[in-house]
Design a protein around this ligand. Structure first.
Ligand code: CTP
Ligand code: CA
Length: 230
């Protein structure tokens, strides 16, 4: 009830969130995917919804159903997710790219279930579009666009890789998590993240529930966005 009657600091804000892993088909019964339960993206969607935002969730493969009260768009592959995200950018104020996008997809997708014939099988893979990078380029070309939050799941040199991705993908903020750390990462209810902003912002959060991380992220975004608009 407190959530229903509480303050709505994100009223009027259109928030787009990607969540889950993309699915890259090999044939009708097989695919390549990335580890991702979708929980972090769902937690952000719920928190943004409760703060009054108009939320669209672009979902790949996830472990659970998406939360209620948000618009859900299904996107199986990275290519589909790219198209669903790009066409919504003109009507979006904040983007969270929490999805685990497969970096590669099979060059060829078999229309029928593949039969085991040879002793060895090689799959030829090609690079997928980088959605976050495409958003950064779209913003640069048009001189505007949404506030963009990227994610970086790392197992080594967290800060170095996160800062590199922040710059390379031209995000406003990057949320880095050490997926090898205890109490962080895939499938868990808690996460441990560090947040880095394009203008030198840095904050290391302790182990918190994904919902609490989501609320802190939304507050950081609001503060930084207000600073930019001044
Ligand atoms: N991302 C994306 N499109 C891709 C790959 C990644 O939009 N094709 C986004 C992810 O959703 C995430 C961020 O980019 O917000 C970082 O993803 P990550 O896999 O950590 O970065 P990569 O650039 O793919 O680098 P690498 O996997 O080599 O570490
Ligand atoms: Ca990647």
């Amino acid at each position: 009830l407190a959530m229903l009657v509480g303050p709505k600091p994100l009223a009027g804000q259109r928030v787009l969130i990607t969540a889950g892993g993309t699915v890259e088909r090999i044939d009708p019964v097989r695919y390549i995917t990335n580890d991702s339960s979708g929980k972090m993206g769902f937690a952000i969607a719920e928190a943004a919804r409760d703060q009054g935002a108009d939320v669209t969730l672009v979902c790949g493969r996830t472990d659970a159903a998406a939360p209620g009260g948000v618009k859900v768009v299904k996107a199986e592959s990275a290519a589909e997710m790219h198209d669903e995200v790009m066409k919504r950018l003109p009507e979006t104020d904040i983007v969270f790219k929490a999805a685990a996008v497969a970096d590669y997809r099979p060059l060829r997708k078999s229309e029928h279930k593949m039969k085991k014939t040879s002793a060895e099988l090689s799959l030829e893979l090609v690079r997928n579009p980088d959605i976050l990078q495409a958003i950064g380029e779209w913003k640069e070309a048009g001189g505007g666009g949404p506030f963009v939050v990227g994610f970086a799941a790392e197992t080594t040199e967290l800060e170095k890789h996160a800062l590199d991705k922040l710059q390379r993908k031209k995000c406003d903020l990057i949320v880095a998590n050490d997926v090898a750390a205890e109490g962080a990462g895939f499938g868990l209810e808690t996460n441990i993240v560090s947040v880095y902003g394009a203008r030198g912002f840095a904050e290391h959060l302790p182990r918190m529930t994904k919902r609490a991380v989501a609320e802190r992220l939304l507050n950081i975004v609001r503060e930084l966005k207000e600073g930019m608009e001044k």
